[in-house]
Design a protein around this ligand. Structure first.
Ligand SMILES: [Zn+2]
Length: 145
């Protein structure tokens, strides 16, 4: 007996665009983030690294994830990376227990900038954003050096 199969309804595309987005797995921000990538940045397709804390693994030098990132950059010839951190991130709250929200935000911005510098040194186009909720809508604010 054949296992049950499900059709995706999506046409297969066998190309890499050279785009990679790295953001937190927090589901409250995921749909808005994918929409933001498509509609605001014009990135219809990209590789994803979606982990708790998003790009925090870069300044924190988490070797296992850094190895995966380097593999992607090389194998998929990544030319542009988009980092997105977000407000009220459970990863940061866990890592820095007891710090007030404003201090956590500052730490996240520092980490985004640190991640930017790290990847810019590899001659890759990098942009970073901080997502937060305003009037019930997710807003993405660019974080620049
Ligand atoms: Zn998060």
């Amino acid at each position: 007996m054949q296992a049950k199969r499900f059709r995706s309804g999506m046409l297969w595309n066998d190309e890499f665009t050279g785009n990679l987005a790295i953001f937190c797995s927090d589901e409250r921000f995921v749909n808005a983030t994918l929409e933001f990538l498509k509609r605001q940045l014009g990135i219809d397709s990209c590789d994803l690294m979606v982990v708790a804390g998003g790009p925090a693994f870069i300044p924190n030098i988490e070797i296992a994830l850094m190895d995966r990132l380097d593999l992607l950059l090389e194998a998929h010839k990544v030319k542009q990376v988009i980092f997105i951190a977000h407000d009220d991130c459970g990863y940061y709250k866990h890592l820095h227990k007891g710090l007030p929200p404003q201090t956590l935000k500052e730490k996240q911005r520092e980490d985004l900038l640190s991640a930017l510098i790290k990847l810019q040194s590899k001659s890759i186009k990098v942009r970073a954003f901080f997502a937060f909720v305003d009037s019930g809508e997710v807003i993405f604010e660019e974080v620049k050096l």
